[in-house]
Design a protein around this ligand. Structure first.
Ligand code: MSP
Length: 508
């Protein structure tokens, strides 16, 4: 699976963290579930936009990209991302891959030389037709994305995109899960049905890009360059063996809704035209706003993930981003919403559950997991609900429905809290110690199952929770989820400690 490769014209913000986080959770989940995962991310370093930013910073583009690309690696460390490779489009291996793809397209006569005159938005690195534009202030023309466009006239190579419309529609038809969510699929299909024009795939008016093989006047269009990273990452142009043979076609390109057209129209067309396989799925997620406002450098409201993590904690931020909105929809970041989730669901629901259960075991059972008696219907109901979580999460994860998956876990957490209240083990100590032992066995076992399935979302805190249940690190994969790996009565547990602090508002 892949993330988009991020432009290095900017400092990384919460939107970039979000896309990679979604992939990280999927990658961790699949690895725990026994899959061989290749998870790719990186930086998109060529093009006019990056060149302009470098000029504005007064440095040459290479020095500029080296510096800013590092910020994205730092973000990955901060967020505890587990990508297997970080690709930079300025690397030799990538230049080699892109030039090879170009040559294949040339050989198949999918590319021809002509000249381009039309509108271009540097911010989007995209061409627009006259009919798509609106009038902005000062007589400027504005693209549907809100970006300003400029008039461009230059010699250019073109890709015969216009001939791929019907084949793309057939492809979407044969692969109903290729574009998700469904509403986005409909959007793409109607765009393609509207007719495709040939796509300009080279530029001559600036130099920061990969040269077109055999024509040094031209550099490649940055989107052709950038999209190719997905196959560079698996060793293209070597296709017969190695990682390409093993991992391509890729299972999932995760992208924001802003760049779906590039991934669901241009990219499969390039690949099919070159005689290569298209990816299996492209998921376009929604966008975050900040306290109701569009996030933008010019509004000064960019959310720096470093600040968020310092303030609320890493796993709290990871949880919030995937819990707050149905994946695919837009979401609004607000301090209040973050604190509500952090205090209500993490500190209260899950944190208290673990803390009070493990404290009771420490106090009433000599710090050892008690030996349980016969399970009652209430016990079995809760154990069974927790036992179903893995199957339920597998299904949600395969649909990228993160918040649905988390909600299913919270249904069990709430049921477990209800069970603590109704069984009242603190009362049983004198009345019925055997029953207390059973209740205080059932609850840690339920917590074990919850903590196992939550590992991909909150790896550090769940590791600490599993430590407190004295579960061997070798017994934390999903192969050890089932009943056969239930907690062993008599095991001594370490001293319990809370893993989810409450957020307390500072006095102003
Ligand atoms: N370089 C291209 C992608 C090339 S992929 C072959 C690009 N880069 S970008 O730096 O602009 O990053 C775009 C991605 O960042 C979006 O598609 C989305 O995944 C993420 N986000 C950027 N801002 C965002 C929000 N405000 N909210 C959510 N995600 C957003 O486009």
């Amino acid at each position: 699976m892949t993330t988009p490769i991020y432009y290095v014209n900017d400092a990384p913000h919460i939107g970039h963290a979000y896309t990679t986080l979604a992939c990280d959770v999927l990658a961790r989940f699949k690895r725990l579930d026994g899959f061989d995962v290749k998870f790719l991310t990186g930086t998109d370093e060529h093009g006019q936009k990056v060149e302009k930013s470098a000029l504005a910073a007064g440095v040459d583009p290479k020095a500029f990209t080296d510096k800013v690309s590092q910020n994205f690696r730092d973000l990955a460390d901060l967020m505890n991302f587990t990508h297997d490779d970080f690709i930079r489009t300025t690397e030799e291996r990538h230049k080699h891959a892109v030039q090879d793809l170009w040559q294949k397209l040339m050989e198949k006569e999918e590319i021809y030389l002509d000249s381009y005159s039309g509108w271009y938005a540097v911010r989007d690195e995209a061409f627009y037709g006259e009919g798509e534009l609106t009038d902005g202030p000062d007589g400027k023309k504005i693209a549907p994305s809100g970006a300003e466009v400029e008039w461009v006239e230059e010699p250019s190579y073109f890709f015969r995109l216009s001939t791929w419309g019907d084949k793309l529609l057939e492809f979407y038809d044969a692969n109903p899960d290729f574009i998700a969510p469904q509403s986005r699929r409909n959007e793409v299909i109607s765009f393609v049905k509207g007719g495709l024009r040939d796509l300009s795939v080279s530029r001559t008016t600036f130099k920061w890009g990969i040269p077109v093989p055999g024509d040094d006047e031209h550099i490649m269009y940055v989107w052709l360059d950038a999209l190719t990273n997905y196959i560079t990452g698996v060793g293209y142009p070597e296709t017969e063996s190695g990682e390409y043979a093993k991992y391509w076609p890729c299972d999932l390109h995760m992208v924001g809704k802003d760049i779906l057209r590039f991934h669901a129209v241009y990219w499969p067309a390039f690949l099919l035209a070159a005689g290569l396989e298209a990816p299996k799925r492209v998921y376009a997620h929604g966008w975050w706003t900040n306290e109701g406002e569009k996030i933008s450098k010019s509004f000064g409201n960019v959310i720096d993930p470093h600040d968020l993590v310092a303030r609320y904690g890493l796993d709290q931020v990871r949880y919030f981003l995937l819990r707050e909105v149905p994946f695919g929809n837009d979401g609004d970041f607000s301090h209040q919403a973050m604190v509500n989730r952090m205090n209500g669901e993490l500190a209260n629901d899950l944190g208290n559950l673990a803390q009070r259960v493990l404290s009771m075991v420490a106090k009433n059972c000599d710090g050892k997991l008690p030996v349980h008696g016969e399970f009652t219907d209430d016990d079995n109901r809760l154990l069974d609900a927790a036992g179903l979580l893995l199957e339920q999460l597998r299904d949600a994860i395969d649909r990228q429905s993160f918040n649905e998956g988390l909600e299913m876990v919270w249904v069990v957490i709430r049921a477990a809290n209800g069970y603590v209240d109704s069984q009242a083990p603190w009362k049983l100590k004198k009345e019925d110690p055997q029953r207390m032992a059973t209740v205080l066995y059932v609850l840690p076992e339920v917590i074990r199952r919850i903590a196992l399935v939550l590992q991909p979302f909150m790896p550090d805190t769940m590791a600490r929770m599993l430590d407190q249940l004295a579960i061997d690190p070798g017994k934390r994969s999903f192969a050890c989820f089932g009943e056969g790996h239930s907690l062993l009565p008599g095991t001594t547990l370490p001293k319990p400690e809370g893993v989810f602090p409450r957020f307390v508002e500072e006095e102003v």
